[in-house]
Design a protein around this ligand. Structure first.
Ligand SMILES: *Cc1c(COP(=O)(O)O)cnc(C)c1O
Length: 482
């Protein structure tokens, strides 16, 4: 399988070549030249596979430049019951006939991002190990992504993580989760500023190409193709768990932000998984809901973005959305380039008056949005009716999913985080705080490891240089400074 760019400006590359890179050189996103298709016979065999075997089969369709035995080993090391708290990895909870929640949040940071990020950690380590290269991951986080990346990369050879976060602005639980890591390759940098300041520093460092090259700086952002591939697996797993034959169709409700999770659902459907509807749920930041209702995609300005009680979906534009539009145009890179010329300048595009808008119904998407009041009411209702606690993001998915529920079609709502991470909203809905999973009870009392820096690009650069030089001397006195 070869990968090209949604904007047409990249010669075909292998999986390993696109694994460590961010955006394509032309500003587009990597995408397979052609999606694999899964025949009915194959679905029949896959139905009975364990999560690990299913993941290996699906990954093999997208990764053909890692030897099978190595890939199988990577998958088996990644998807263990120790890491995911359950031998099924993504267990299905049935609330009522044809109403299910797919548990995606039992990984180390209690959110669905672990499913892809844990695989990414092992793929990065493997690929870097082949060439003896090193990677210093630099990122900014307001919570979820940063901790998921740190837990995926901790202890990995050849990889360090420098994660910027706004000092004192994350929840105590999130702060403890990240800062309690004692691994020598994890560097938490608390910035005296807000999240946007952290992001600005990351941008400034990344724009210094000399520094970036000298210090092997990379990122783990949500546009990484390997993350999408890892997420395809649980759509198949969820489908098999919710049905008894491959003649049935299923609809998935997906709490959405950057369009990464539901993009994997779109790929699964394109491959031939019998998905009826992909139900996209946004919170108050409804840029995607607006598109699927009106055909108009209007990225928001940062001041327009609302801070909500489902914060991991607070986005101004959806970075993976370009992949879907590429498929919608029938893989017309010139058209994508034209549309994103507007997007990159913060402008909107309107497909409602174009033939593309008529095609969109073939893709199975429907959408809706939620609000604070609606998600609190949903958490309360699901708790009272089924005695199950869901987090605020999952509640947004359930809220919109239930609006579109059809009799005779199983509805699978994707759980994207555990309620323990959002205790305040759970207390608002139910009158009491949720239990913490075993091992997380006292996390706030663990010793914390982090440094504090001013909102100052030079200071952050100096810190990165100092740490990479120091650990280079300790680990490998002969390594070149590259
Ligand atoms: C990241 C995240 C989302 C949004 O997923 P996308 O792939 O960005 O659409 C939803 N819920 C939670 C808890 C998340 O961490």
């Amino acid at each position: 399988m070869r990968y090209i760019s949604t904007r047409g400006g990249m010669p075909p590359k292998t999986f390993s070549e696109i694994l460590l890179s961010g955006l394509s050189p032309d500003g587009g996103l990597a995408i397979p030249e052609k999606y694999p298709t899964i025949e009915v016979d194959q679905l029949k065999v896959w139905r009975d596979l364990s999560y690990q075997s299913l993941a290996f089969e699906i990954l093999s369709h997208f990764i053909d430049d890692i030897p099978s035995n190595d890939l199988r080993d990577i998958v088996n090391r990644t998807y263990t019951s120790e890491s995911f708290g359950n031998p099924e990895i993504t267990p299905l909870k049935t609330l009522a006939p044809d109403l299910h929640i797919l548990g995606l949040s039992n990984g180390p940071t209690l959110a669905f991002k672990d499913i892809a990020m844990q695989l990414l950690g092992n793929l990065f380590e493997y690929t870097l190990g082949k060439t003896g290269a090193v990677l210093n991951i630099l990122g900014a986080t307001s919570g979820d992504t940063g901790s998921s990346a740190e837990y995926a990369m901790r202890g990995k050879h050849g990889i360090r993580v420098f994660m910027l976060s706004p000092l004192g602005k994350m929840s105590r639980f999130q702060t403890a989760q990240m800062f309690s890591l004692q691994d020598e390759n994890i560097f938490n940098i608390a910035i005296r500023g807000v999240f946007d300041d952290c992001q600005d520093i990351v941008k400034a460092v990344s724009n210094d190409h000399d520094f970036k090259q000298k210090h092997h700086i990379g990122t783990v952002n949500s546009i990484n193709w390997a993350r999408i591939v890892a997420q395809i697996v649980y759509y198949f797993k969820g489908y098999f768990a919710a049905t008894s034959s491959n003649n049935e169709q299923v609809s998935f409700a997906v709490p959405s932000g950057n369009f990464g999770n539901i993009c994997a659902g779109h790929v699964a459907r394109t491959m031939g998984l019998p998905i009826k509807h992909l139900i996209l749920a946004t919170n108050e930041n409804d840029v995607l809901d607006e598109f699927f209702r009106s055909g108009i995609y209007r990225p928001r300005t940062t001041t327009e973005v609302q801070h909500t009680s489902s914060p991991s979906m607070d986005i101004s534009k959806a970075s993976n959305f370009e992949r879907f539009i590429y498929d919608l145009t029938g893989k017309d890179a010139a058209k994508v380039r034209e549309l994103w010329q507007a997007v990159d300048q913060g402008e909107a595009f309107d497909l409602s008056t174009t033939p593309l808008w008529k095609k969109i119904k073939d893709f199975g998407f429907i959408s809706g949005s939620s609000s604070h009041a609606a998600r609190i009411a949903t958490i309360r209702e699901i708790y009272q009716k089924y005695n199950i606690l869901v987090d605020t993001h999952t509640a947004d998915g359930l809220k919109v999913g239930l609006e579109y529920r059809e009799s005779g079609t199983p509805l699978v709502c994707l759980e994207t985080a555990l309620p323990a991470k959002f205790a305040e909203s759970i207390a608002e809905a139910t009158g009491h705080e949720p239990d913490r999973p075993a091992g997380y009870e006292n996390i706030e009392n663990l010793p914390q490891r982090y440094v504090v820096k001013d909102m100052d690009v030079a200071a952050v650069k100096a810190y990165i240089s100092e740490q990479t030089n120091k650990s280079r001397m300790v680990c490998n006195p002969n390594a070149s400074s590259g």
